[in-house]
Ligand binder design. Sequence first.
Ligand code: KIV
Ligand code: ZN
Length: 521
Amino acid sequence: MSGDQIIIFDTTLRDGEQSPGCSMNTREKLEVARALVDLGVDVIEAGFPIASPGDFEAVSEIARTFGDRTTICALARSLDEDVQRAKESLADAQKRRIHVFLATSAIHREFKLRMDKKEIVERAVRSVQQAREFCDDIEFSPEDAARTELDFLCEVVERTIEAGATTVNIPDTVGYATPSQYYRVISCLKERVSNIDRAVISTHCHNDLGLAVANSLAAVEAGARQIECTINGLGERAGNAALEEVVMALRTRADYYGCFTNIHTERLYPTSHLVSSITGMKVQRNKAIVGQNAFAHEAGIHQHGVLQERTTYEIMKPEDVGFVGENLVLGKHSGRHAFRDRVRQLGFDLSEDALQQAFDDFIALADKKKEVYDADIVALIEHRIGDVPERWKLISFHTSAGSSSVPTATLELQCEDQPVICDAATGDGPIDAVFRAMERIMELTARLEDFSVRSVSRGKDAQGEVRVIINVNGRQYQGKGVSTDIIEAAAQAYLQALNKADNDRRSQLPQTSTESLPASP
Ligand code: KIV
Ligand code: ZN
């Protein structure tokens, strides 16, 4: 590989998790972190430890599990207690970074922080020094940098590098920048900050105007050497720059950018799928790189061209990003070995127990369905990933519905090894009746905020995947289920979401987000 390396800093677990409805529990975060390590990201921003005990626990677990392989980063406001908490969460990581931020733009100084420029510089310097006592790898972000006066931005950057920052991140916090303007900001820092060679310049672009990827790439042209991004472009509001897009742009146009990344691009599609499945945030079909249609040629003239010579209309190969189409794979008589090989090829690294579980699910599916596709297997495996331990299990259900009868559901649920509870309810339809019966048994009241069904593969006997988002006491939970029976898939999805709510009811975890905390002082 030639040219400069672009450091890929993934913030799916921090900024990405701040997307509405995308919060993850520690197990889910560990699954995503494992996928990010396999993908080859250089830095994982694992969370914001001061935000909640749950966030602290997740960062600590990720640091402990993966901190010898990838740099694990914890976010902190420029406050002593934040930096202290970040240090504690990273204690077990060999490779660690503290990311300190403080807003610098006039709007934030006046209305959010009520601090003048001098106080901002002093506080930023102090917290970078405090973080530097703990580790050598320190990132500083002047929040809302893209709207900060250039003179002041240069001053803050110079002073924080002097204090020990090794990466200076230039966030376009509100997605206001345009590519040429952002290019000028980075160029200006390179020209005017006397010690800029002692730090890596980083980009962190939000997508409010749909320019996050373009702005990040413009910054690379100007000399930035780290890109902060998220899988599927998750993040606050319209999200952050999508990792898969910046990486494939740099790779496909290496002739132009002259840079490379350490990303194993064939892991992009499976990672995107996993994150979508865990967060419940669907990927639009025509999304660049990882959308279902990203490699589909519909027009006859295109199909003809691709058959003659694929580069006529294809600038990337589906296999370069690990795209899984609708390949017919295995049948009922395929053995465990063939199944294990296919699972590996699809990018999953399962423990023996998880593999056995997936194989049992596969055999049960192959009994119901003649043809099993790659997508079916991916759905079966992902369905089990990141589940909270299920206290409540679905033992059986029965529904009845019709044009002239009241839809009714009878359900049997079991909580751990207690006696099975049976109850019934009516509803607007059989699915609604199942949901109501479940809530009665579990003594939880939920509001259904989103319900979606998609077919996992082809054919009338295709599996249906149901995703739900419910709201319990102001907090959102998502669940998913897969089955050839859509009512069963809906029941699994609702039960998974209710199990998460039940878990929180028992442990009373608060929400995590930079938004839910007061700004620095
Ligand atoms: O968008 C932003 O400014 C951030 C900072 C915390 C880097 O997410
Ligand atoms: Zn951000």
